[in-house]
Design a protein around this ligand. Structure first.
Ligand SMILES: Nc1ncnc2c1ncn2[C@@H]1O[C@H](COP(=O)(O)OP(=O)(O)OP(=O)(O)O)[C@@H](O)[C@H]1O
Ligand SMILES: C[C@@](O)(CCO)CC(=O)[O-]
Ligand SMILES: [Mg+2]
Length: 398
């Protein structure tokens, strides 16, 4: 079977407001980051399917004949983009040797790959031999949407290799993006990948990985925010490991245990997201004032308290908030929390020396800290000439 080779990339994300609440039908505001995941798909004639995931130290291969046995008997349907096929997931778990309810998210990355590979190629009646290699600039499992960027790249590459969406690049073009219809399909398959890795994702992370920019996300409805001021944000990785799947399940348990206490907290987070959106819009209609920034800072503090009430805080995140506040700056966790990353809002008048001192304070705590730029492009296809040198160096090893 002839398949198309390709290189794809997708950005990570930071959630400004609405993490966890968004899983339960509330509004979230999220932005793409200038850190990306890169995927290379190569056609081979080895009759094997190989995956190289250096970020999680995972390198595996299977015989195509072995994978063919996982396909349902002829006539049965596979490849429904709207529903996770529980029977296929069960067969894949047996193949990979993981039990239902495992917390090993590394195995989930393998399941997500095999699931999308089998679903996308099942219809063609033939499974191609290929090698997929993924490398990311994003810290894995730290709240910056690494699982979504991975799933979006997988979906784009496998859909393109199978011919379901066009391969975009003519010789001259170095980077290209698809139209709405193809992006929608990529996003839906990426969501299935996220479901395998996360358990119960809202879909906000894969939406940002697919479309990029600054988005409002509400119950599956994606609205790009066009009128947003240029925000300066500091990202801090506390390096405390955590799993989104576990944290999302923990919030659900708390909701079940104390519905009358937790539901109002989620509603309040919804109001924080809406107030933030309103403030951002005012800041683009009028000139941003110090009062606008005061409101954004207060919203950050309120939301961080709410996230602590939900049980997704961590002492390392408390330290981040305390250390930055000592320099007059406001922070909250971003993503699933429980460790991982936080964001700190920088005001336009925040002096360079204050930013540098804050970064140094946080590095002294053992954290990684850097100023980021937001609103990067969503999923893209690249010619080898237009890929980061570092990614090509990694790919050259496989
Ligand atoms: N570069 C990568 N290569 C392979 N697997 C990856 C890669 N990046 C992420 N993953 C998969 O995603 C998992 C981490 O996902 P998780 O949702 O817990 O964290 P995150 O997406 O970084 O944070 P958040 O969901 O809070 O934004 C990894 O254990 C792995 O299964
Ligand atoms: C914690 C959460 O709200 C955001 C993770 O980045 C989970 C989700 O929305 O899928
Ligand atoms: Mg994730």
């Amino acid at each position: 079977m002839h398949i198309k080779e390709c290189i794809m990339s997708a950005p990570g994300k930071a959630i400004l407001h609405g993490e966890h609440a968004v899983v339960h039908g509330n509004v979230a505001l999220a932005v793409s980051l200038n850190l990306r995941t890169y995927l290379q798909l190569q056609a081979t004639s080895t009759s094997k399917v190989c995956i190289n995931l250096p970020n999680i130290n995972t390198f595996l291969s299977w015989d195509v004949t072995e994978l063919k046995q996982l396909l349902p008997d002829s006539g049965a349907e596979l490849g429904n983009v709207n529903e996770l096929d529980a029977e296929l997931v069960r067969r894949l778990r047996d193949l990979v040797g993981v039990s239902n309810g495992t917390l090993d998210t590394r195995s989930m990355a393998i399941l997500a790959f095999l699931y999308i590979y089998l679903s996308v190629f099942a219809g063609s009646g033939e499974l191609p031999s290929l090698t997929v290699s993924v490398w990311s600039e994003l810290p894995t499992g730290a709240g910056l949407g690494s699982s979504a960027a991975y799933s979006v790249c997988l979906a784009a590459a496998l859909l393109s290799a199978s011919g379901t969406i066009p391969s975009l690049l003519s010789d001259q073009e170095s980077t290209a993006r698809w139209g709405e219809v193809e992006m929608e399909l990529i996003n839906r398959w990426a969501f299935q990948g996220e479901r395998i890795i996360h358990g119960n994702p809202s879909g906000v992370d894969n939406a940002v990985g697919t479309w990029g920019g600054i988005l409002r996300y509400h119950s599956g409805k994606i609205t790009p925010l066009s009128r947003v001021p240029m925000l300066r944000i500091l990202l801090t990785n506390t390096k405390v490991p955590r799993s989104t799947k576990v944290l999302v399940a923990g919030v659900k348990d708390k909701m079940n245990k104390f519905p009358s206490i937790i539901n109002p907290v989620l509603e309040s987070v919804n109001a924080v997201s809406c107030t933030c959106e309103q403030t951002l819009s005012e800041m683009t209609s009028d000139t941003p004032t110090p009062e606008h920034y005061n409101i954004l800072e207060e919203l950050i503090d309120i939301n961080q308290h709410h996230l602590n009430v939900m049980g997704v805080g961590h002492p390392a995140l408390d330290t981040l908030c305390r250390v930055t506040l000592a320099r007059g700056l406001h922070s909250k966790l971003t993503g699933a929390g429980g460790g991982g990353c936080g964001i700190t809002l920088l005001r336009p008048e925040t002096e360079c020396s204050v930013v540098q001192d804050t970064i140094q304070d946080l590095r002294d705590c053992g954290y990684d800290c850097w100023e980021t730029s937001i609103g990067a492009e969503g999923v893209q296809q690249h010619s080898p000439l237009a890929v980061k040198e570092e990614a090509l160096e990694v790919f050259a090893r496989y």
